[in-house]
Design a protein around this ligand. Structure first.
Ligand code: NDP
Length: 288
């Protein structure tokens, strides 16, 4: 068997098209959704991510504003800006690009973002809502993975999903979303014994580790669907995932390419969250 390479471009285009139409409809009613992105410091990778997010906003017709702050910005200055954006009716979503410089406490910053504008879904209240299954904003990367699986009409109920990675950004929320879909979920991490053996039990294997090409065919049950969240650099400084793509092709049924699937889907879900936040904000209602 040779795996089908999941066409991330097609899925992203299809979801963004739906968002674009909705944004257009709202803009005609005079309530164009708006995203504020805050970048502190000069991290080149962060600058690229921020640019891609801004570009995606423009492509779907959303309003966006970028706040570029110098490295030496104080925590208080950043919190003041967030507080202003929290009550700015033009802005429905606020994204603070992480990591922040060491002198700024990320937790304090995340806690300051309005729960209703927390389009990254990092605020403890939104994380809690996800945990107890309340409706609300969903974390972008895991929600993007679910969207890909939905697009492919992959049945999730009763399937065994194995997630490698337990970070607050990817692994843990991914597990919650898979549970919501009625999958049976196993979460693995750096202390998991017999990792390849557990991974081989997966109908759907999701790798969110941060280790270039760690997941080889020994990790894959024949016919498994493999979703690669990882974004790493290989020995030639080329972008690659956590999955050894060529090695698993003969064993998996579907596999996502890196780059070109989960990355752009994550940005797409950011747009979707901003749209949803705007829909809930109503016409000209200042933020709560
Ligand atoms: P973290 O470093 O926060 O978490 C990595 C997780 O992998 C941890 O739970 C860690 O275990 C586990 N891990 C590390 N080494 C091993 C190992 N040898 N065996 C098993 N588990 C291991 O990373 P993130 O979750 O933030 O990101 C993971 C990857 O996804 C990265 O490559 C990142 O760049 C990428 N990413 C991509 C996004 C996208 O948009 N495509 C968005 C976010 C992330 P432990 O908890 O025990 O330390």
């Amino acid at each position: 068997m040779t795996a089908t390479i999941i066409n991330g471009k097609e899925i992203v285009a299809s979801v963004r098209d739906g968002i674009k139409q909705e944004v257009h409809r709202m803009a005609n009613e005079g309530r164009q959704p708006g995203l504020a992105v805050i970048l502190v410091g000069n991290d080149p990778a962060s600058a690229v991510y921020v640019r891609n997010k801004e570009k995606a906003c423009h492509e779907v017709g959303m309003y966006s504003e970028l706040h570029r702050l110098p490295e030496e910005t104080s925590e208080q200055e950043l919190l003041t800006l967030i507080s202003q954006l929290n009550v700015n009716p033009r802005i429905n979503g606020i994204l603070v690009q992480l990591p922040l410089p060491a002198h700024i406490n990320e937790e304090t910053v995340i806690d300051t973002i309005s729960v209703h504008k927390d389009v990254d879904c990092f605020h403890p209240i939104n994380v809690g809502n996800l945990m107890i299954g309340k409706k609300g904003l969903l974390p972008c990367t895991p929600a993007g993975v679910i969207e890909v699986l939905r697009y492919l009409n992959v049945p999730l109920a009763g399937k065994h999903a194995v997630i490698i990675g337990r970070s607050n950004i990817v692994g843990k929320p991914m597990a919650m979303l898979m549970l919501r879909e009625n999958a049976t979920v196993t979460v693995c991490h750096s202390r998991t014994d017999n990792l390849p053996e557990i991974a081989r039990q997966a109908d759907i294997l999701i790798a969110a580790v941060g280790r270039a090409k760690m997941v080889t065919k020994e990790y894959i049950k024949p016919g498994a669907i493999v979703i690669d969240v990882g974004m790493n650099r290989d020995e030639n400084d080329k972008l690659c995932g956590d999955v050894d793509f060529n090695d698993v092709l003969e064993t998996a049924s579907y596999v996502t390419p890196v780059p070109g699937c989960v990355g752009p889907m994550t940005i797409t879900m950011l747009l979707k969250n901003t749209l949803e936040a705007a829909e809930h904000a109503g016409p000209n209602v200042p933020a709560r």
